[in-house]
Ligand binder design. Sequence first.
Ligand SMILES: Nc1nc2c(c(=O)[nH]1)N[C@H]1C(S)=C(S)[C@@H](COP(=O)(O)OP(=O)(O)OC[C@H]3O[C@@H](n4cnc5c(=O)[nH]c(N)nc54)[C@H](O)[C@@H]3O)O[C@H]1N2
Ligand SMILES: Nc1nc2c(c(=O)[nH]1)N[C@H]1C(S)=C(S)[C@@H](COP(=O)(O)OP(=O)(O)OC[C@H]3O[C@@H](n4cnc5c(=O)[nH]c(N)nc54)[C@H](O)[C@@H]3O)O[C@H]1N2
Ligand code: SF4
Ligand SMILES: [Mo]
Length: 580
Amino acid sequence: MVHACTRDCYDTCIFDDNHKPIDTFPFNGFTCSRGIADLKRNSLNRVDSVYIEGKLSNIDEALDLIVKEIRKRKKEEILHVDYDGNQGLLTWYYPARLWNVIGAASTDYSICSSEGHEAIKLHYGNSIGALPEDFLKYESFVIWGSELVFSFIHGWNLIRDKYKATIDVRISETAKRSNKYYIVKPGSDVYLAIGIIKRLFERNWADLSLLDEPEELRNYVYSFNDEEIEEATGLDSSKIDELAELYYYRRPLTIIGFALGRSINGGDAISLISLIPALIGMKKGFFYANSQGLGIDFKYLRGLHKYSPSRIVGMAEVGKEIEEGKITFMFVWNSNPLHSLPMSDRIYDAVKEGRLFLVVHDPYWSETAKIANVVLPAPTYLEKEDVVYSYWHNYLVFNKPILPKRGITEVELMRMLAIKLEINDNVIFEDEWLAIGKATGVNITELKTKGFVKLLPRYPEGKVRVKPLPEKFSKPSGNIIVFSSHPNYTNSQFKEVYGNKMVIVYNSEFDGIGYLSTNYGKVKVMFKRDPLIPRGVLFIPKSFLFDLDGKPINSIIGFAKGKYGNTPIINTASVKIIKT
Ligand SMILES: Nc1nc2c(c(=O)[nH]1)N[C@H]1C(S)=C(S)[C@@H](COP(=O)(O)OP(=O)(O)OC[C@H]3O[C@@H](n4cnc5c(=O)[nH]c(N)nc54)[C@H](O)[C@@H]3O)O[C@H]1N2
Ligand SMILES: Nc1nc2c(c(=O)[nH]1)N[C@H]1C(S)=C(S)[C@@H](COP(=O)(O)OP(=O)(O)OC[C@H]3O[C@@H](n4cnc5c(=O)[nH]c(N)nc54)[C@H](O)[C@@H]3O)O[C@H]1N2
Ligand code: SF4
Ligand SMILES: [Mo]
């Protein structure tokens, strides 16, 4: 039998019972430093019991307390925060049913990729692009806003020997290992896309057959002059010519990174970038994330076919709403919001001041678990049955545990809470395997017997829609922070194996200790000069998000969000540097 790494990662590696990566395309028998260390990690830093206010307790007492706290409140004040610590359908999606039946507030799940999904869907109806098999068909690649040497190693493995051009705001590791790189000003990718499209029209290289209203696109890009594009991007005309030539002559696959969606004008940029392949006659000529085109009914899994949350809180606004007293109870699983959400120091303050009751269900002592009122132990993916998908390949995997279970699964916990709350709803008690069968269309007996099956990708039909075209761009000012993946960590995870490193702000000017400050707060950091970083860019590896005093770096990230999928604009501008 097999199991699959459930971490938030493109690759969703499949392993055999000895935890060796299977030698099947696209895994090809190798994995990353985290995959290798999972067996060792599994016994480190675990939440091994139930805790109430830091003291050892038991599940019955904890459930009674949670239910008492829920009953005290209006459902609109109760928020569940769950994200992608584990990509299992039974760990992440299915347990949300309880909260939707109750009618609690829900987040909009926008923190990572929704901006790009929504921007691409406007044109294509769906965001699915190239599958791993499709990667093999291309001889060249444009890597746009992605550090995929680190973040997407099996994708990188397929393209490493091919022609690559990378577009980034700094000379990333991926840029270094590409044939060409183009460094643009943060927030200006939308202008670069306009520049490339304009050249394709000007040179009569545009193929008009796939677009519904190509003339609208022509008029739109012609309304921008070349000087404006050069000024915004910081690239001179010859570089934009080069990129247009690259598209026309080499017909590359464009890999669009998630970082763009968390940047200023990011959704606008993704919207236009996704049109470039279509304009040269390539319909599946991009890859962003394929999860929404594999026929998985995530809404059904979350019980949204029958129930709705009382309200939706943007992930950009959770910290702000806690500060305003609109959220007074937070149930967290599969996420580490103190690390990952904007204005997350407000979570810390509200718990300390008794304004927020915080429950965390996690296998590990995450930073958020450490401050919670109630902590509940969860099994890791090596210890529980689950079904796992990928946002790149189309395997659906039956995760068969290889280690004894420690803790309470998310499905068990959901039902225990429902019983205590005296909710006897079929949405909560529907057999989870039946639900997965319904939500995926997969025969569960076959899935459990074979270990993995391939889902049928669903590509949209018809012409690519040109409109709506983006308007009203912002102009970032001052210093801008950008974040990116570290090879040994996934978001906040893996510090128990590879260490908890100090936050370092790589930049063009300063060395030593100082502060980063915005309208939202101030954090104490270590600055390090790096010749690969342009002036005005502050680069932080995204796994070390606590400052030198232990305060969340996200204290300084505000609640601005993208206009397509509401993704928080984490790559914040107008950051002041204070040297000490
Ligand atoms: N090893 C490892 N792998 C991971 C993760 C991890 O933590 N560790 N995280 C997973 C998750 S959650 C995600 S979302 C993905 C993220 O993976 P990617 O999509 O690769 O995104 P990032 O690594 O965040 O950043 C990619 C690059 O975008 C650049 N960038 C930032 N802003 C801009 C901009 O405005 N324009 C342009 N052109 N470039 C910009 C950054 O400098 C960086 O080099 O990776 C997944 N894979
Ligand atoms: N400043 C800044 N903030 C960011 C980013 C950034 O680049 N910069 N990146 C953003 C991005 S791209 C993302 S995706 C988010 C990630 O945000 P999160 O999803 O909050 O990030 P993780 O660190 O992966 O947290 C996952 C938590 O889930 C737990 N977990 C793992 N497996 C299980 C399980 O089986 N069951 C349960 N119950 N819990 C489990 C882990 O132990 C961990 O504590 O952060 C975002 N926040
Ligand atoms: S983190 Fe990604 S590359 Fe590493 S084992 Fe998991 S799925 Fe594979
Ligand atoms: Mo992410």
